[in-house]
Ligand binder design. Structure first.
Ligand SMILES: C[S@@+](CC[C@H](N)C(=O)[O-])C[C@H]1O[C@@H](n2cnc3c(N)ncnc32)[C@H](O)[C@@H]1O
Ligand SMILES: *[C@@H]1O[C@H](CO)[C@@H](O)[C@H](O)[C@H]1NC(C)=O
Length: 196
């Protein structure tokens, strides 16, 4: 990735070069640094759930891809991390967005999108997932933690429309019945359809 940023920096005019340098510096530590950062939530609105940055595995990405077959339209990755699920979805033809609390992961995702024409239709919001409106999306992907899934399921049922597909990685929604379960162990992906 440093390589990618350095290469792209060469082609970009002066305007981006200092940002590029900062990014090279930041991304250097990102891999190790961010994976151990756990955002402590203080405000009740943010809930007392710690959702750390754990990137989706290749198996999970394959599971998400499979769960998305036959689907189209808008997609949201909730807690988009480095953007890998959003980019996978964009490659599949979705109008894909990510919402992510960690600003560095948002900047990183935006820069990757900026330098890849096939990702130009993606959008990354630096925003708290609990205050982000899920309604515009026909497809929602979440790689969460167990403690948040009950509240997330409630949010989904309140905000999404009939027919919305929810794809959960690693931890399932507690009450909804999946229409498909892909993979096993930590790489399990569950697919749900909202019925209203
Ligand atoms: C388990 S990681 C998944 C990353 C990405 N979706 C993937 O699969 O590679 C969860 C992400 O959610 C982000 N996150 C944690 N709390 C959040 C919140 N309240 N709002 C938005 N994003 C949040 C973390 O920073 C982290 O990047
Ligand atoms: C909900 O969506 C399903 C397809 O996913 C459709 O068969 C059903 O008629 C819809 N229900 C309502 C109330 O619109």
């Amino acid at each position: 990735m440093e390589q990618l940023l350095q290469n792209t920096e060469d082609k970009v005019p002066v305007k981006f070069s200092s940002i590029g340098k900062t990014l090279i510096y930041v991304t250097g530590g990102l891999g190790i640094g961010v994976s151990v950062i756990c955002i402590p939530f203080v405000s009740p609105a943010l809930r007392k759930v710690c959702l750390p940055y754990v990137p989706a595995t290749t198996e999970q990405l394959a599971g998400v891809t499979k769960a998305l077959s036959g689907r189209c339209g808008r997609l949201l990755d909730v807690g988009s991390g480095d953007g890998r699920i959003v980019f996978t979805a964009a490659t599949l033809g979705f109008k894909a967005d990510g919402v992510e609390l960690n600003p560095w992961l948002v900047y990183y995702s935006r820069i990757v999108a900026l330098f890849n024409t096939r990702y130009h239709n993606t959008k990354f919001y630096r925003c708290n997932l609990w205050t982000f409106d899920l309604n515009p999306y026909e497809n929602i992907v979440i790689f969460g933690v167990e403690q948040m899934m009950k509240d997330f399921e409630k949010k989904v049922l309140e905000e999404t429309s009939n027919g919305t597909v929810i794809i959960a990685c690693r931890f399932p929604l507690p009450n909804m019945k999946p229409i498909e379960t892909i993979g096993h162990g930590i790489d399990t992906v569950w697919k749900y359809v909202v019925k209203k």
